[in-house]
Ligand binder design. Structure first.
Ligand SMILES: NC(=O)c1ccc[n+]([C@@H]2O[C@H](COP(=O)([O-])OP(=O)(O)OC[C@H]3O[C@@H](n4cnc5c(N)ncnc54)[C@H](O)[C@@H]3O)[C@@H](O)[C@H]2O)c1
Length: 254
């Protein structure tokens, strides 16, 4: 898909990797709508590059449907969707005090990362299915955000790892579901990236977190995620996969 004419929705785009993606698409000429939580910096971020902004809490599944419809209308259609909104809680299956993992806490992480991502995807794909296909037969491309914790979750990450493995598990199946419509689906599985809470950490705290990386031994920069997202949008042969973006890092148990 030609990034210069793409109409893109970036969910979680007020900050971090999605913000860098929104800015990179806009700089290349694409039209961008950021969706993010009420109270986020999304409106200012979008205004800085002449983009659109919509308040959206992705865990409000019903409200999300109306926001997506409004955003697609304002964009004049939807060709690309990049979804990063998510998070997690740290708790072991059996805690230090001997009590079992709180089930509601587990469920809330699955709801935020997996159910809400699928809700976005089914609605994004619905709007993309209305497009006239381009010369390659493409109607759209969806990019979700997994994590290398999907493959090697650390101690205390059981809910997060399960939710991110669910996202990785959807890529090929959804790509197959949507192949006849010309809609591609991929996920990016980052290692540690310099965003959100990690952004402000001093270097001496960051260095041990990436010591297991092959090269470079550092956190990823948000724009490195953006560069991969743009490459996925651009390249029609990238489909059905979850691409590790990790400098060769494999998480140790802790
Ligand atoms: N930063 C990392 O090291 C790292 C590594 C692997 C995976 N991830 C994944 O990346 C995503 C976070 O992106 P980031 O690292 O750029 O962080 P970030 O905190 O800079 O950005 C996340 C954005 O998502 C928004 N968001 C959170 N919950 C939301 C909700 N319910 N509704 C709407 N928007 C919501 C936030 O407001 C924020 O703008 C998560 O899915 C996380 O699991 C991050």
């Amino acid at each position: 898909m030609d990034i210069a004419i793409v109409r893109a929705m970036v969910v979680g785009g007020a900050s971090g990797m999605a913000r860098a993606t929104a800015e990179r698409i806009a700089a290349a000429g694409g039209k961008v709508a950021i969706l993010d939580r009420p109270g986020s910096d999304g409106a200012a971020v979008a205004a800085a590059f002449g983009g659109l902004y919509f308040d959206c809490d992705i865990t409000d599944y019903t409200g999300t449907e109306a926001v997506i419809t409004a955003a697609v209308e304002a964009l004049g259609g939807l060709d690309a969707a990049v979804n990063t909104a998510g998070g997690g809680v740290a708790a072991k299956t059996i805690g230090k005090d001997g009590s079992p993992h709180d089930l509601d806490a587990f469920r809330s992480v699955i709801d935020l990362n997996l159910v809400a991502t699928f809700n976005l995807n089914r609605l994004q794909a619905f709007h993309m299915s209305k497009n006239e296909p381009n010369e390659d037969g493409e109607r759209g491309v969806i990019i979700n955000t997994s994590s290398i914790a999907a493959y090697e979750g650390q101690i205390g990450q059981v809910a997060y790892a399960a939710s991110k493995a669910g996202i990785a598990g959807m890529s090929l199946t959804m790509a197959r579901d949507l192949g006849s419509l010309g809609i591609r689906v991929n996920a990016i599985a980052p290692s540690l990236f310099d965003t959100g809470i990690t952004k402000g950490l001093p270097d001496e705290f960051k260095a041990p977190l990436t010591k297991d990386a092959a090269f470079p031994k550092r956190m990823g920069h948000p724009d490195e995620y953006a560069r991969l997202a743009v490459a996925i949008i651009d390249n029609p042969m990238l489909n059905g996969g979850t691409i590790r973006l990790d400098a060769g890092q494999r998480f140790a148990p802790r």
